[in-house]
Ligand binder design. Structure first.
Ligand SMILES: [Zn+2]
Length: 119
């Protein structure tokens, strides 16, 4: 499953963030899934608890923010949010558009526990 390896990569990033912040466990993580990122939200939600099991992110809350595809028109310069199956400029109807958002799959924010250590 593609989403499982993505979730595992996410956990690696969380481990790095946690180490850098010298924090405790991961409480929650907000990820941004772009409409064109190719990530299936349902599959990712299914894979996440499997990937975090036994890691610093075990039991963490997953928050998913879906970002729409945004294009900028090469003809008139206007940005718009087209339907995925019919990408064109909403202002002038041109199909000469550049995709400017909606491709990303990334961590938007992470909530960490204060470290309660014995050293
Ligand atoms: Zn246009």
């Amino acid at each position: 499953m593609h989403e499982l390896s993505l979730a595992q990569a996410l956990v690696e990033q969380l481990e790095q963030i946690r180490a850098k912040e010298h924090a405790g466990a991961v409480v929650s993580v907000t990820v941004n899934i772009g409409a064109l990122s190719g990530v299936d939200r349902g599959a990712f939600e299914f894979a996440f608890p499997i990937a975090v099991d036994g890691t610093v992110a075990a039991g963490a809350t997953l928050v998913i923010v879906e970002s729409p595809v945004v294009v900028t028109c090469e003809e008139c310069g206007q940005p718009s949010q087209p339907a995925l199956d019919d990408i064109h400029c909403a202002a002038c109807g041109s199909r000469k558009v550049r995709i400017t958002d909606g491709r990303d799959f990334l961590i938007q924010s992470v909530e960490l526990q204060e470290r309660e250590g014995n050293h």
